[in-house]
Design a protein around this ligand. Structure first.
Ligand code: SAM
Length: 242
């Protein structure tokens, strides 16, 4: 079940205030969505982080609250207006000036675990979710929004990208994962993909567990896992830096 929390009351920033996510979107009703479920949702409900989704259209122009216009120079689609987005960003920053301000876009720098870790260590994020053909470049530059992509494909809007970034950050916040969950051996830590995981049953459809995992020899197991992680990374992601 979705946790019906959007924490509209956000405490004034300061020492000890929870990590805050503020999302500017044309579809605030999409939030918390999947972020209201499981670990991240429980953390939201218990106040380990706070979330506020704000309607960009509140800053729209005229009777119809217009947020977009035709592309300068012609071409297909519509573009989100600089004046409208600037007004939404400025209002969102007024009481939270220290949030990392990010525009989610396929033209951005690829999101990495290193960037996620840095963002999770800060006070929180202000995320701009685009729609249509995107956002007038002048407001991206003028408000110094960091441009981040979640992968080399085009989504219909930035909301799902915002959720991906938020999920990745929130699970790193203190108290969100149980003590038994190790973050240090995960994929991308130390420039490696994680070693393969196995569990019971010992035999499944003719496949046995790797013998070493049954040996009880922790040194041998650690060495096997390290060499598997290195092998898989070499084959699948030779681009990962160590
Ligand atoms: N015309 C844009 C282009 O070709 O780069 C694509 C616009 S897309 C249809 C609409 C919005 O979805 C974007 O403004 C952005 O916020 C979001 N979006 C789409 N793909 C994304 C991705 N890979 N990473 C992050 N945001 C994405």
């Amino acid at each position: 079940m979705n946790t019906p929390v959007q924490n509209p009351e956000v405490p004034t920033p300061g020492r000890g205030t929870p990590w805050h996510a503020r999302v500017l979107t044309l579809f605030p009703e999409m939030f918390p969505g999947p972020l209201g479920i499981s670990l991240v949702g429980t953390a939201l409900a218990s106040g380990l982080w706070t979330l506020q989704a704000r309607q960009i259209r509140d800053h729209g122009l005229g009777r119809h609250r217009t947020v977009d216009d035709t592309p300068a120079g012609g071409g297909a689609g519509m573009v989100m207006r600089a004046d409208v987005i600037a007004s939404a960003v400025d209002a969102a920053r007024a009481d939270q000036p220290h949030l990392a301000a990010i525009y989610l876009t396929p033209r951005g720098a690829p999101l990495t675990q290193a960037r996620v870790r840095k963002l999770a260590q800060g006070p929180g994020v202000l995320l701009l979710a685009g729609r249509f053909e995107g956002v007038d470049q002048r407001v991206i530059d003028g408000r110094q929004l960091e441009e981040i992509s979640i992968g080399d494909y085009v989504l219909s809007g930035g909301e799902l990208a915002a959720m991906v970034l938020l999920d990745a950050c929130v699970r790193l916040l203190p108290g969100v994962l149980g003590a038994a969950d190790s973050l240090t051996e995960e994929s991308f830590e130390g420039g490696l993909l994680e070693y393969p995981q196995f569990t019971r049953p010992r035999e499944w459809e003719g496949h046995s567990l790797p013998e070493v995992l049954l040996s009880g020899d922790h040194k041998k197991i650690a060495a096997w896992r390290q060499s598997e992680a290195e092998r898989i990374t070499r084959v699948r992601r030779p681009d990962l830096k160590r």
